[in-house]
Ligand binder design. Sequence first.
Ligand code: SAM
Length: 329
Amino acid sequence: MLTDNHGRKINYLRLAVTDRCNLRCFYCMPPGGLDWLSRKEIMTYEEMLQSCQLLVKMGIEKIRITGGEPFVRKDIMQFLTALSKLDGLKELTLTTNGVLTAPHVPALKKIGLRSVNLSLDTLDAARFFMITLRDEFLKVMETLHELLKHDIGVKINAVVMDGKNTEDIIPLVELTKELPVSVRFIEEMPFNGDGHIYGGLQWDHIRILNEIKAKFPEIKKIADPLYSTSNNYRIPGHRGNIGIIAAYSRTFCGTCNRIRITPQGELKTCLYDDGVLNVKNLMRAGAGEVQLTDVLLKAFGERPKDGWEAERLRVEQAGVHESMATIGG
Ligand code: SAM
């Protein structure tokens, strides 16, 4: 079993396969996009597969593919298929914005995906355009229904943003009445590719819950799965459930079991750190399995206690403001 210097189990890798995205959610990146990484700068599928293979051997049991938008990278299905065959991997899943996903759903089912996180901040097409700068709402809804049709579990991720989509909180909760989905409201984080715009958190997890409680006073707390980052609830009579993720308040660091690898191969042992080593560079410099295992174990042995400590260190060292697309949300 892999553990860190605070006794926390590490068994979950989030791998961002690209920084590119076909939406321009304002809380994630500037309207003109990012300064995209070149092909040479990002890990090849071969490098990713090799890294995953090693990490699974070391104790990683679950891998989430994210980005950027995974489905904008060419041949992503071949990569997912290869990953799904990794010996020892217990769960493969992914996070997508749903724009290009619907046609791939049967293949995702075939390779054994049991659940997908679908990002959807609003159920209103006009607000969707305002948030994402792209007119793709219907394609995302198609993906949602296609996933449910194929009996793949869906967790909807909705970032709650003051003045942008708070009127969607109740309609999104109401979606759980008829559909067996988990709707998770996420506190907005300062990862918009331009640190100057973030105006501070207006809707924290407590305010989000109070908003839901005002309309659904019968809401009930349910047990949170092991390592869950969300506080979970159910409304009696609803098929789905609700989660609230204190992504900014960072109330879940004490049980954090996850690490991340960015598209350029940077290992992050905390969402809020600045990257602790570069797997791709090490591999390209000729590091073999033994050397890689050593440096990875050292990094896992030096994890910050929580996201506050990681952020403090990061600002002291670099003061960088990143986009979630380059981190791998
Ligand atoms: N393109 C995929 C998608 O949209 O689901 C995967 C990558 S996206 C960066 C992953 C998740 O990060 C999305 O659910 C998105 O809403 C979330 N995210 C991005 N920027 C965020 C921010 N500033 N605060 C909170 N969540 C954010």
